[in-house]
Write a protein that binds this ligand. Structure first.
Ligand code: UT7
Length: 333
């Protein structure tokens, strides 16, 4: 098949968030912080928390169900499922297999990818690349889902104020009309900076022991200041690169959906790209940083709030642990 004859479009988008809200005021009872500090330093007012009884695969499946409904499709029409997550329900098997079962998909390929906050965009590019060369994959479900509350150290004020739980999903479909949907992706990684955001224990390198648990090494640790600097640089470079590759400029963009890590990162990106803040979609105040779920959750809300129309050009851009980054331009179908 000739890839140039086809488009990979977002036929359905959906998202799901746990009902329980954790406000900044409630956090002040757990760590020494204030609503004023969190709001001014991050832009976050509250985040959603799944709690013990709500599993990651349930949140992910709910987002997937909504994306299928939005696409007007049945589960048996899906040819592959990819779940991007850094907080899998179990290390084995993959969360994608659990979601496949919950949604009643056929016995199609199902797998997780772990690219932290850039994960859903990596999934988008993997799916798109496979769909353009292999006729088997006509409709692919790409989900970004996180239960970060399980990996958050609720005694560490530098990180516990940031993260939340959520899922976002997209049904990608191949159509024989070129020029729409995911026009391209630009992905990158820098493993030399792996230690800037990491979970020290619980993997094969440092398996769980009573000592690692006592030392709180199963929680996410981050050098926020350093990450901040690299995030702005990497996201603006990825955004510029993908625009150039597609012969587009900032003026062509109707909306930019950036990874929601910190409002100040988004403002810095806006300044670097010389695109006014009103074209950036922001929902960080409601959900905090939901890592791999951040972009598809933003996409689901933005397409409704901003009333996306056929032909609108949208930029998606993310940054996360690895370190990793990714950007994509989408012509709405
Ligand atoms: O998803 C992608 C990965 N993550 C990110 O992109 C996050 C990137 N980094 C950030 O968003 C910011 O660096 C943070 C929000 C994590 C921190 O903001 P900051 O402006 O870089 O603060 P800082 O770490 O430089 O800390 C400034 C001060 C420190 O006090 P001193 O040393 O100046 O006395 C901190 O101890 O603020 C203190 N501080 C807090 N105060 C109240 C740190 N956390 C808190 C807190 N409440 N929660």
């Amino acid at each position: 098949m000739n890839p140039e004859n086809y488009s990979i479009v977002m036929r359905g988008v959906g998202s799901a968030t746990p009902e329980t809200r954790l406000t900044n005021a409630e956090l002040t009872a757990r760590v020494e912080t204030s609503d004023e500090w969190i709001t001014t330093r991050t832009g976050i007012k509250e985040r959603r928390i799944a709690g013990d009884s709500l599993q990651l695969s349930e949140i992910a499946a709910e987002a997937g169900r909504k994306a299928l409904a939005n696409a007007g499709m049945q589960p048996e029409e899906i040819d592959m499922i990819i779940v991007a997550t850094l907080s899998p329900e179990t290390l084995c098997p993959s969360t994608a297999c659990l979601v496949q079962s919950r949604l009643g998909l056929r016995q199609v390929p199902a797998y997780d990818i772990n690219v932290a906050c850039s994960g859903w965009l990596y999934g988008l590019d993997i799916a798109r690349s496979m769909m353009l060369v292999n006729p088997t994959y006509r409709n692919v479900l790409v989900i970004g889902a996180e239960k970060l509350s399980s990996f958050t150290d609720w005694q560490d004020r530098q990180t516990c104020i940031l993260f939340g739980d959520a899922a976002g999903a997209t049904v990608l479909s191949r159509i024989d009309e070129p020029g729409y949907g995911v026009l391209g992706c630009d992905l990158g990684a820098d493993g030399n900076n792996a230690s800037l955001i990491h979970i020290p224990a619980g993997g094969s390198g440092k398996p769980a022991t009573a000592e690692t648990v006592a030392a709180r090494e199963h929680f996410l640790r981050m050098n926020g200041k350093e990450v901040f600097k690299v995030a702005v640089k990497a996201m603006s470079q990825a955004a510029q690169s993908i625009l150039e590759k597609n012969g587009a400029t900032a003026d062509d963009l109707v909306c930019i959906i950036p990874h929601q890590a910190n409002i100040r990162i988004i403002e810095a990106l806006s300044a670097r790209l010389e695109i006014s803040m009103d074209r950036f979609f922001v929902n960080i105040q409601k959900y905090g940083n939901t890592s791999a779920a951040s972009i598809p959750l933003g996409l689901d809300e933005a397409r409704i709030e901003r009333n996306f129309k056929r032909g609108d050009l949208i930029l998606l851009v993310a940054f996360g642990a690895g370190l990793t980054w990714a950007a994509s331009v989408v012509r709405w179908y």
